[in-house]
Design a protein around this ligand. Structure first.
Ligand code: C6P
Length: 404
C-alpha cells in the first residue's frame, strides 16, 4: 500500500507555501527534497559524533569511520556491487564522470582513440571528454536518436571501431525521460571488448538498479537526486578496472607512503578519495537509500509510472502542447512547450502559481540542437508527487496559455 499522505509528512518542505500558494514541487530532476530522517542524520552526527575519519585512534573518530564505511556498504547493497572496494565516494555524478574521464583517458587512451556518447547526453557526459580530447587528441562519436527520443541501436552498433575505448551513456534522459536500453548497449559494447560508463543520475532515484545485472563497468550517480544531501555522490567501478586506473587527485587518504622521491598509493577505494571525505554526507546518503528502500524501489517506480501516464494524457489535452520525449520506455520527466510561449515565461508564470518546474536547456544543449529548440519547460516527478499536483500543473499551464 503506497501511503502518499504519510510519505509527504516525511518531507516538511512540501507543506510550505510560495507566493501564498501551496508549493507544488515538480523539479525533482534538478534535486529532490529531503525526508526528516536524512536531515536528522546530519544534525545528529554533527551534534554527537563529528570527528575526521580514518585518521584518529580516539573514540569519535572511530565511530565516525564506522558510520562512513557502513554507508559505503549501504550503497554497495543498494546498487548490488560485488564489493565496497568498488564504491568510490565523490561530490556527485559530475565529479564521478570527470574522475573516470581523467583516469581512464590518461591510462587507457591515445591520440585517435574514440569514446562513444549519445545525442541526449548531459553536458557532464560530454565536456569531460572534450577536455580530454583537447589534451590527448581523442575523438568523440555520437549515437543519433529518432524523433521519439530513442537512441538508434543500429547506428550505435556501426560506431564501434578498433579505436573505440569506452562508451559513456545516460541510463535515463533528464530532458526526455527516455530509459535507454543500457543492459543491451553494454552487451553490445562488451562484444567489441569495450567497457561502458553509465550515467545513472536520473535512474537511481526512480528504479531498481543492479550494476551486476546491467554488467556496467562504471556507474555514476548523485546523492541529492535520490533524496540525499548535496555534495556527495558515487562512482561505481568494477574492481578489475579500478585497479588498473591511476588516481585522480593527490593528497591525504589516497596514499600508502609518501617521500619526496616516491609515493605509493592506498588500496581501493581510497586510492580515488583524496582528502577528508564528506563523511556526514555519506551517512545522510545511506539514510536516504534506506528511506527509498523501505518504501520499495518497485513501488516508487509504479507510483511514478502512473503519475507520468496521467500527466502525459492530461497535458496532451492542452491546446498547442508539444511534448519532447515519447519513448516507449519513459521515466517521470515531461519536457514541453506550448504554442509560441517562451519556456522562461511559462516557467516564471507557473512559479507565481506555486508550481516549481525547470526551464531552459537542462545542460543538454546538443540535444536542444537536435530538437531544433532553445529550451523546454520540464516537470519531473518524485516519489511524493500526486495526481492532484498534476491537475494543478495542467490548470496552471492552461491559465498561462490563456494570458498569451
Ligand atoms: N541534472 C537537471 O537535469 P550533478 O550536478 O553532478 O549532481 O549531476 C549532473 C547530472 C549528470 N547527468 C544527468 C543525467 C543529470 O541529469 C545531471 C543533473 C540536473 O536538472 C541539473 S542540470
Amino acid at each position: 500500500m503506497y501511503d502518499i499522505s504519510k510519505i509527504r509528512e516525511d518531507f516538511p518542505i512540501l507543506s510550505r507555501e510560495v507566493y501564498g500558494k501551496p508549493l507544488v514541487y515538480l523539479d525533482n530532476g534538478a534535486t529532490t527534497q529531503k525526508p526528516r530522517s536524512v536531515v536528522e542524520a546530519i544534525t545528529n552526527e554533527y551534534y554527537s559524533v563529528n570527528a575526521n575519519v580514518h585518521r584518529g585512534v580516539h573514540f569519535l573518530s572511530q565511530q565516525a569511520t564506522e558510520l562512513h564505511e557502513a554507508s559505503r556498504e549501504t550503497v554497495r547493497r543498494f546498487i548490488n556491487a560485488r564489493s565496497t572496494n568498488e564504491i568510490i565516494f565523490t561530490r556527485g555524478t559530475t565529479e564521478s564522470i570527470n574522475l573516470l574521464a581523467s583516469s581512464f583517458a590518461e591510462s587507457q587512451m591515445q591520440a585517435g582513440d574514440e569514446v562513444i556518447v549519445s545525442t541526449m547526453e548531459h553536458h557532464s557526459d560530454i565536456v569531460p571528454w572534450q577536455l580530454q580530447a583537447a589534451k590527448r587528441g581523442i575523438v568523440i562519436k555520437v549515437i543519433p536518436m529518432n524523433d521519439k527520443g530513442e537512441l538508434l541501436q543500429d547506428a550505435y552498433k556501426q560506431l564501434f571501431s578498433e579505436k573505440t575505448k569506452l562508451v559513456c551513456v545516460m541510463h535515463v534522459s533528464n530532458v526526455l525521460g527516455t530509459v535507454n536500453p543500457v543492459k543491451e548497449m553494454i552487451a553490445e559494447a562488451h562484444a567489441h571488448g569495450v567497457p561502458v560508463l553509465v550515467d545513472g543520475a536520473q535512474s537511481v532515484p526512480h528504479m531498481k538498479v543492479d550494476v551486476q545485472d546491467l554488467d556496467a563497468d562504471f556507474f555514476a550517480f548523485s546523492g541529492h537526486k535520490v533524496y540525499g544531501p548535496t555534495g556527495v555522490g558515487v562512482l561505481y567501478g568494477k574492481e578489475e578496472w579500478l585497479d588498473k586506473l591511476p588516481p585522480y587527485q593527490g593528497g591525504g587518504e589516497m596514499i600508502q607512503s609518501v617521500s619526496f622521491e616516491k609515493t605509493t598509493f592506498n588500496e581501493l577505494p581510497f586510492k580515488f578519495e583524496a582528502g577528508t571525505p564528506d563523511y556526514i554526507g555519506t551517512t545522510a546518503l545511506a539514510k536516504a537509500l534506506d528511506y527509498v528502500t523501505a518504501i520499495g524501489m518497485d513501488q516508487i517506480a509504479a507510483h511514478e509510472h502512473e503519475l507520468t501516464q496521467y500527466a502525459m494524457q492530461r497535458l496532451k489535452q492542452i491546446e498547442g502542447m508539444r511534448i519532447f520525449g515519447e519513448a516507449e520506455h519513459k521515466s517521470s520527466v515531461i519536457s514541453f512547450l506550448v504554442g509560441n510561449i517562451h519556456h522562461l515565461d511559462m516557467g516564471t508564470l507557473l512559479d507565481r502559481l506555486g508550481i516549481a518546474v525547470r526551464t531552459g536547456h537542462h545542460c543538454a544543449q546538443p540535444l536542444m540542437q537536435r530538437l531544433g529548440i532553445e529550451g523546454t519547460v520540464r516537470a519531473s516527478f518524485g516519489l511524493y508527487n500526486t495526481k492532484e499536483e498534476i491537475d494543478i500543473l495542467a490548470a496552471g499551464i492552461e491559465r498561462v496559455s490563456r494570458m498569451f
